[in-house]
Design a protein around this ligand. Structure first.
Ligand code: TA6
Length: 304
């Protein structure tokens, strides 16, 4: 339910060129953005960027054609925000996977159409009865998207508690690819990773990451930029990041995707998650008054 302030602000969005209020399934409000660089859609629930398509490109941020929209549920795809923990909660098995942010109510606090024709939208997480039971710390969370020639995402955590607070987090980004079996990911050579498919065993990456089955790896202690090389869509997607020491690489493959129920047949072939964050060994502790900024930038280059 939108607050009065939200209703009036969202209503004022209509005054900004290239921004339209729309609605996804289950009457969930969303914001459509269109400018000379491309287009995108942001679900207000979770402040979840559902898709981003640069001009003359196939969607770079991918949404499952069978994504399910429901209050309190994260649709399959886009950029779900994993915060203030990544994966299952450390101790509370009944707490939501990947934390509270991706299904929470957010407030749109600012929207700009910049001089170079990009759009910059800023959201703040709303702490309310739907999430305060799972997280009691006073840690305001700000999320900023810039949709221009590249897509920039900034996630800022402020610790306003009188005590240190430890979080883990990830921009759980689903990227669209032509055929996962032909994709290579550059940038993680030599990085250690925890392999969740191999029961949490640790390995060291040798060469590019390629895919021939379910892949679920948390690369640790890496600040490297990555490149998704896609010979089918004839493009590479560059993933730059700051404030992040973990990169998660995930594809569920056929059997797990089918069990999830929100992929179309063989839909797993057209996505890969490359997630910039701070997870497991890389979780971060903010001192009282400290601010942490996680930033990523996605840009596309044609290979033809
Ligand atoms: O980031 C990879 C991962 O942690 C996988 O283990 C898988 O659970 C995936 O996230 C999707 O999680 P979700 O809760 O969105 O189905």
């Amino acid at each position: 339910m939108k607050t009065q302030a939200q209703q009036s602000f969202v209503a004022s969005l209509g005054d900004i060129p290239g921004v339209q209020i729309t609605e996804c399934a289950s009457q969930l409000p969303a914001i459509d953005i269109r400018n000379r660089h491309g287009s995108g859609r942001i679900l207000l629930q979770g402040a979840l960027l559902l898709e981003w398509t640069p001009s003359k490109q196939e969607p770079v941020v991918w949404l499952s054609p069978n994504a399910k929209f429901a209050a309190g549920k994260a649709p399959r795809g886009g950029v779900p925000i994993c915060w203030p923990w990544f994966g299952p909660h450390d101790t509370q098995t009944d707490y939501p996977a990947h934390g509270i942010a991706r299904t929470a109510n957010w407030e749109l606090t600012d929207a700009q159409h910049t001089d170079d024709g990009a759009h910059r939208l800023t959201f703040m997480l709303i702490r309310d009865a739907s999430n305060s039971a799972f997280w009691s710390h006073d840690t305001p969370l700000t999320l900023r998207y810039t949709l221009g020639p590249a897509l920039e995402i900034e996630l800022i955590t402020r610790n306003q508690s009188p005590h240190p607070v430890t979080i883990s987090e990830a921009l759980h980004t689903y990227f669209g690819v032509g055929d996962i079996r032909q994709v290579r990911i550059h940038g993680l050579d030599g990085s250690d990773y925890i392999d969740k498919v191999a029961h949490g065993q640790r390995f060291r990456q040798s060469g590019d990451v390629t895919f021939s089955g379910e892949t679920d790896r948390v690369y640790l202690g890496t600040t490297a930029h990555c490149i998704i090389e896609d010979p089918v869509l004839l493009r590479s997607i560059r993933i730059e990041k700051q404030g992040s020491r973990s990169t998660v690489v995930w594809n569920p493959w056929a059997e797990k995707a089918e069990k999830m129920g929100d992929y179309i047949e063989n839909g797993y072939l057209n996505m890969v998650c490359v997630e910039s964050g701070n997870a497991l060994d890389d979780r971060i502790t903010l001192a009282p008054g400290e601010e942490h900024r996680l930033w990523a930038r996605y840009s596309v280059t044609s290979l033809n």
